[in-house]
Design a protein around this ligand. Structure first.
Ligand code: AGP
Length: 608
């Protein structure tokens, strides 16, 4: 969840590290720090709070000159977000500094051992054991010492280490935590995320688990944990730095909401050719797909809700049962799956610990696995048997928007692809469905254009402290995501409820003035929804109705309305989520919340 960055080259390293950390801040933002080798000596600055607090500290001290250094932005796991617990951590002899992303599971035993050996600990972190082990094992060969340390660690780590005896060297190590090397001219970088590198170089090497990279200004050498040299390809990042900048918007979230028509076009267009879905990237054969008797979708948070939305469409088109399950629960549920189960894991980051664990569990029981992932070469992308990339581009706001909608779009494509293979749709129906899917980007743009009054609605309702989203079927799936968006960034309590369930208990919470957001785009269930709307209205609720464009009946029954463009009900819930994202955004803005970096959260959740 933390962000790490490192550099060695000929430039002043301090601004490079601080810039890199600003790009990584969305990964964790409760404290930060940098360490630089300045004239053969390690200098360290750390601060609780956001990167801006660190920058201020750096500005108000003598210049940190040097051309080699490391940096870290933290999401606290072990120990509070204090200056002392912030990374980098330094060895007792002042020779080593390290930054770490991940969790060292055996740190209690290691800490005990190191205390017995006379080392002094300054923090409560699991990480600090690493730097003392480094001091203990160092006999003049930096790489050999890091290698020895790695052999003692259990858990996950993306690690960056510097040593004052080797002022032109940075060593990075990867085990179950993302690490990318940037290869520039006369300079090398590492980071936990490509966004920190892309303004300096687009040439990157994706490290795999169990690999160590020794970096100097003149290049990199990569080794496995047995010390054997490995050659790895240099990949080219396909997007520009502008994609990871705000581009004139107040927040990344708003920019990413507005980018959705383009992101969806990229996710969809090249996958429809000559009236068929083309999934070149996967190796699932028609013969295998014909044996599948169950699909299990595993994911967390919004990705799980994308799975809930996709379930309706896949089941409707293929008639294969689909179970969307929370990844964090799945592995402890003694799951009933076998080789006839297709497991689809969904993750924007590709690094979510719960989803990785569930994927491993599914593989170990023998299921075939397909990942739907945004971040290229991420852990989930590499672990699954097949991967379909959502191609949403970098998503920086902690609250996902284009990440979610591109996941849903890929599930729609997969539904048509599988229905075609199973012979459940004829060619006319296939063509019709695909022409609807091709319209999704313009429908999403229309969903934005139709709802320019949402800032006004937000200013009217932002003071509500608790509210409900209700809907049925695909509307219910959209409720789940709309409610999470609102909770996540505005800190307002809300619940997503299947509209028919309200009367089985929860209706006691409906009282005069309570805001209920009623989603009624699923027209075949419209009359049922209307009854549910009347039930809450009768108990004094204020109702904000969400319905298809031109549905005057709903707007006659509700206090306010949001319109969603009309298109195929199988694909409608994707567009329905757009105004809910915008509503959450403006409510959070009215409430003065830190929209891109909501409290207590981080973009990718790499702890279970
Ligand atoms: C969504 O807005 C959240 N930030 C969160 O629920 C997220 O979707 C979840 O943590 C899963 O992340 P992933 O897609 O990177 O696996």
């Amino acid at each position: 969840m933390c962000g790490i960055v490192g550099y060695t080259g000929n430039e002043n390293v301090t601004p490079i590290l601080l810039n890199g950390l600003k790009k990584l801040e969305y990964r964790g933002y409760d404290s930060a720090g940098i360490a630089v080798i300045n004239e053969g000596k390690l200098e360290l600055v750390k601060s609780s709070g956001m990167i801006s607090a660190l920058c201020e500290k750096v500005e108000n001290r003598p210049a940190m000159k040097g051309t080699t250094g490391i940096g870290h932005t933290r999401w606290a796991t072990h120990g509070a977000p204090t200056d002392q617990n912030a990374h980098p951590h330094m060895s007792n002899d002042g020779r080593f500094a390290i930054v770490h992303n991940g969790i060292i599971e055996n740190y209690v035993d290691l800490r005990e051992e190191l205390i017995q050996c006379g080392f002094t600990f300054l923090s409560e972190t699991d990480t600090e054991v690493i730097v003392h082990l480094l001091e203990m094992y160092y006999k003049g060969n930096f790489r050999a010492a890091v290698m020895k340390v790695a052999s003692r660690l259990e858990g996950s780590y993306g690690l960056g280490c510097i040593c004052s005896d080797h002022p032109d060297t940075v060593i990075a190590v990867k085990e179950a935590s993302p690490l990318i090397i940037g290869v520039g001219a006369g300079e090398t970088f590492f980071a936990s995320d490509v966004t920190a590198l892309v303004s300096y170089t687009k040439n990157v090497i994706y490290l795999d688990d169990g690999e160590l990279c020794e970096m100097t200004p003149s290049g990199v050498s990569i080794y496995d944990f047995a010390g054997r040299r490995i050659e790895k390809p240099v990949s080219r990042v396909v997007w520009d730095i502008e994609a990871a900048e705000k581009g004139g918007y107040d927040h990344f979230m708003l920019k990413e909401i507005m980018e959705q028509p383009r992101a969806l076009k990229t996710a969809i267009d090249h996958r429809i050719k000559d009236g068929r879905v083309v999934l070149d990237d996967i190796s699932l054969t028609p013969d295998y797909l014909k044996t599948v008797n169950k699909i299990v979708i595993l994911a967390c948070g919004s990705a799980y809700y994308a799975g809930c939305a996709g379930k309706y469409t896949i089941e409707a088109l293929t008639r294969v049962p689909v179970f969307a399950e929370l990844a964090s629960e799945f592995r402890y549920s003694n799951p009933i799956i076998d080789e006839k189960t297709l497991v689809i894991v969904i993750s924007q980051s590709g690094e979510t610990a719960d989803t990785i664990a569930a994927l491993k569990e599914a593989k170990s029981i023998g299921a075939r696995t397909l990942a739907i992932v945004n971040v290229v070469a991420s852990t989930i992308a590499k672990l699954a048997d097949d991967v379909i990339y959502t191609r949403a581009g970098p998503e920086i706001a902690v609250a996902t928007t284009k990440g979610y909608t591109t996941q849903v779009a890929v599930l729609y494509l997969f539904a048509v692809y599988m229905a075609d293979i199973l012979g459940k749709i004829d060619s006319a129906e296939r063509m019709r469905l695909l022409s609807e899917i091709e319209k999704i980007p313009s429908m999403v743009q229309r969903a934005i254009d139709l709802n320019r009054h949402i800032p006004y609605l937000a200013s009217k309702y932002y003071k509500n402290t608790s509210l409900f989203f209700i809907g049925r079927n695909t509307d219910y799936a959209a409720c789940l995501e709309g409610s999470l968006k609102l909770k996540e960034i505005s800190y307002i309590h809300s619940e997503a409820y299947a509209a028919g369930e309200l009367k089985h208990g929860t209706i006691t919470l409906i009282e005069p003035g309570r805001l209920v957001i009623a989603l009624a785009c699923c027209e075949r269930l419209f009359d049922k929804m209307l009854s549910n709307i009347k039930e809450v209205k009768a108990r004094g609720a204020k109702v904000l109705g969400v319905a298809l464009e031109g549905n005057l009946r709903i707007f006659a029954e509700t206090d306010d309305g949001i319109s969603v463009p009309r298109f195929d009900p199988l694909f409608c819930s994707l567009a329905e989520v757009i105004p809910l994202q915008i509503f959450a955004y403006y409510v959070a803005k009215e409430n003065g919340c830190d929209i891109d970096k909501p409290k207590n959260l981080a973009k990718s959740v790499t702890v279970e």
